[in-house]
Design a protein around this ligand. Sequence first.
Ligand code: HEC
Length: 146
Amino acid sequence: MITSTTSRLAARLTVCLALLNIPYLAYADQSCAPGDMGCAIFSGQRAAAAHLRDDNQPLPEWTTRCVNCHTRTDPSPGFAPPLTRGYLLDARSRRGGPPSRYDPVAFCRAVKDGIDPASVVLRKSMPHFELSSAECTALWRFVTNQ
Ligand code: HEC
């Protein structure tokens, strides 16, 4: 009796977990080529440690996925700028600064230190990431399709 109740509960729990996990797995599975580290970081399949400016508290991993806030389509429907080849490589005025464009070094500075190519400080909602230069370069290649 106890055993069958327990196993019924276990079965229900499994179904619930499976239901909860389906969208998550589908999302995490999102079309990254094997070995594409930039894609894995962008989509959250590879964790990226980060904190907010003026705050040394590490952010929970699930909040730091680039895809939570950025899209790779222009115009962006989100509240953060799109991370596209055009948006990053074109010379344009960003946040009222003089026209500027990204290169790999400027990109890594923005992602790690929250400063854009015209030296304008990004809003606090863009986290500061702790990435190796290999990880940052992989992200740059992924978002610019290079
Ligand atoms: C919690 C939301 C959030 C997450 C997660 C996030 N960003 Fe951002 N990001 C922003 C916001 C908001 C801005 C715009 C800041 C501004 O305009 O001052 C921004 C700006 C940027 C910029 C500068 C773009 C420009 O307009 O010059 C780059 C580059 C960037 N993010 C890359 C990344 C990458 C790469 C990741 C993942 C490793 C990431 N972001 C994760 C919110 C986020």
